[in-house]
Design a protein around this ligand. Sequence first.
Ligand SMILES: [Zn+2]
Length: 327
Amino acid sequence: MNVPNKFPELERIDKITHRFKKLGVNFEREVLSTIDYKGKEYPVHGFVIGSKDTSVPTFGLFGGVHGLEKIGTHIILNYLSSLSYRVSMNDFVKKAFESVRFVSIPMVNPVGVRHNKRGNGNGVDLMRNSPTEAVGKKIPFASGHRKSSKIWWYQGRKGVLEKESETLINFVKEQMFSSEFSMALDVHSGFGMKDRVWYPYSKTADSFPDEKKAVMFKRLMKLINPFHIYHVEPQSDSYLIDGDLWDYMYDLQHFNPKYSGTFLPWTLEMGSWSWVKKNPFQLFQATGLFHPIKPHRVKRTMRRHWWLLDFFTNSVANHENWEKLIK
Ligand SMILES: [Zn+2]
């Protein structure tokens, strides 16, 4: 029989849950699924904060898809924690949650986070695991492959969705697809020197149907904060991948006439190579390329992206205003 588990990220989730429960806003935290790995249980938690009406504007924040990139999970947990304090201290914030929703899975791949693995317990790279196939110039292995679970970027067996992928898809479907306007931000680290904010597609260099809206959002970002640090671009500008879960979910929502709202999935890819450049010792540590090691750099990374998360939250809540303003 599998036994429940304990590790820092799970304990943090429990603490934050405890605080939210006392705040008088609608709050749910649910164990969406449980992953069994080597005799232990790894819960995947989903948070829903704010209005119960799934048609209102919704911001979804996701992390820990690649377990090694645990800084993403930490950034989200810090944001959730801060949000809990702000809800209790700031009536404007509390009031806002009556008409918007904030949803989150801070740790999509708990086995990976706990054991410093990119993939899940089966060695599958969840961000290569959906049924979509890329068309265009792919990078051998890194764009996704089905050769062996021992090699990074393994997509898993054809036609088989991993439990974590299924959990994420079902949660996004239930919590975001029916919204009049929703944006997701999936937090990653480990590619390049710059901090990038990517919009779809990653399966093709062709534009995605909501490209115009994504570009409007990019302009809004520049208007609100002309000195922001992000390179905002389609993911396909960097590389193409097979099996991207967000491409898959975007198509699922966009091409289903049942849903009339806009669903824009974004990825924050923190350029962690600069962490290594400044601290080459990181190369020799398991999580080195993907997680800043020196405490001051962890703090700096937390601070650096704070603005972006607030900007997404505010932009989702006020989407009608900027959609009218920006042409
Ligand atoms: Zn990643």
